[in-house]
Design a protein around this ligand. Structure first.
Ligand code: AVJ
Ligand code: FE
Length: 402
């Protein structure tokens, strides 16, 4: 298959996935802002189209835009989150999307990926757009998850019909026997490795350029921290023991009265549910803990006598092939999001640069909601350390005993 056909297929695939995510959204939820830090779910649809139009039709093809209203409404820097609820009708946005897509495919069919063209070289702008839409797919899923949780909390559907067959999971005593000491950690030997990538076609700017990084010996969990592990932290009073928390983390915990991962619910003592994407279910003890902030992840690691891995450690371990289940939940790293030496913003500074601000922590790996192109060892995600609405968990590291 040639490059054009591969790109066409990848674009069609992610678009089908985007549209599929909207099939059960009613018009009310389409435009409603359910959380102040997230746009209405329908805004993402228009934003995907405007981004595609801007880079291909305006920047590459030099056409004028289809709608200056869409351009500004669906561009984050022009319209703050608080002003995004007054969306055009869904049918209109959908027709805008398909008009843009038709023109983009016409351009693609005859495009030449000239090496001297900053955007078309290696088809890099197309790869960027595919990954952009893939990232918005995950954000859309975060909002769907919020809607399900809201529904659950309004009218809890307890698993009452199944309660006779489902017994609550083991309580503290039993859970205590299955502590982290049973967790397998792998020793990654000290050494230099090449971090990041020089693939200018298929990676994003913040993964480049590749550079040599030396790490000292460290141990890292083979698998992410599980709900069982995290339950032990809760039952040991982890959320009420300031010593495990950074000062900012403790302040955050106190202010928001955080007592458990975001979507855990406790309908009665000793019985935990987790609200999932479509329904709540009994907490799955062996699944990776999910929807915890960096503050909670960091506190857990300290409680366990361990620490979060740096992103260099994470990437070395990933490249060495010792990480299992590395795309079930995003994994918080100890590292602040920052530019690699020699970083150059491309295609636009707004993608990464505003977040090189010592206010955003790196996440690595990918979650069950992350589409395939993004699941790679060098991909860098980032969020403010207080964010727990994302599908994020952790894996611990520690220094070898001397
Ligand atoms: C890298 C996931 C934090 O969603 O804010 C999408 C990705 N940037 N459109 C975000 C992104 C511009 C970004 N994250
Ligand atoms: Fe975007």
């Amino acid at each position: 298959m040639n490059v054009v056909e591969e790109i066409r297929q990848a674009m069609a695939e992610v678009r089908a996935s985007t549209l599929q995510l909207f099939t059960e959204i009613d018009d009310h939820d389409f435009r409603r802002q359910i959380h102040k830090d997230f746009s209405p779910i329908g805004w993402h649809l228009g934003h995907i189209g405007v981004t595609e139009s801007y880079w291909i039709l305006q920047q590459c093809k030099k056409e004028s835009s289809l709608s200056s209203f869409y351009d500004s409404f669906f561009t984050p820097t022009d319209t703050p989150k608080a002003n995004r609820a007054n969306l055009p009708a869904r049918a209109e946005i959908l027709s805008y999307l398909s008009t843009v897509r038709e023109k983009v495919f016409a351009f693609l069919a005859q495009a030449s990926f000239a090496p001297d063209h900053a955007l078309l070289n290696g088809a890099n702008i197309f790869h960027m757009l595919i990954q952009h839409e893939e990232q918005h797919n995950e954000t859309i899923l975060l909002i769907l998850q919020m809607l399900t949780a809201e529904q659950h909390d309004r009218a809890p559907v307890l698993p009452s019909s199944t309660r006779t067959s489902l017994r609550p999971f083991p309580l503290a005593r039993e859970a205590g026997k299955l502590l982290r000491k049973e967790h397998e950690m792998v020793l990654v030997p000290a050494g230099a490795f090449f971090m990041g990538s020089n693939n200018t076609a298929e990676t994003l700017d913040n993964e480049r350029p590749q550079y040599e990084v030396k790490v000292t010996d460290f141990l890292i969990d083979r698998r992410p921290v599980t709900n069982r592990d995290f339950l032990h932290f809760i039952e040991a009073g982890g959320y009420h023991t300031p010593v495990w928390w950074t000062p900012e983390g403790w302040q955050w915990r106190e202010r928001h009265e955080v007592e458990h991962p975001l979507y855990w619910r406790q309908p009665s003592k000793g019985e935990w549910l987790e609200v999932g994407l479509t329904q709540s279910e009994r907490l799955q003890l062996e699944s990776p803990v999910m929807c915890v902030s960096w503050y909670e992840a960091d506190a857990y690691a300290r409680f366990a006598g361990q620490r979060l891995p740096t992103e260099a450690e994470w990437e070395k371990a990933a490249v060495d092939g010792v990480l299992e289940e590395s795309s079930r939940v995003w994994e918080w790293a100890a590292t602040w999001f920052h530019p690699y030496p020699g970083f150059a913003a491309h295609p636009y500074a707004g993608y990464s640069v505003p977040y090189f601000d010592q206010q955003h922590r790196v996440l690595r790996g990918g979650s069950w909601a992350t589409r395939p192109h993004i699941r790679r060892a060098t991909f860098r995600n980032w969020y403010h350390p207080s964010v727990r609405e994302i599908f994020a968990g952790l894996r611990c590291a520690k220094n070898p005993e001397l």
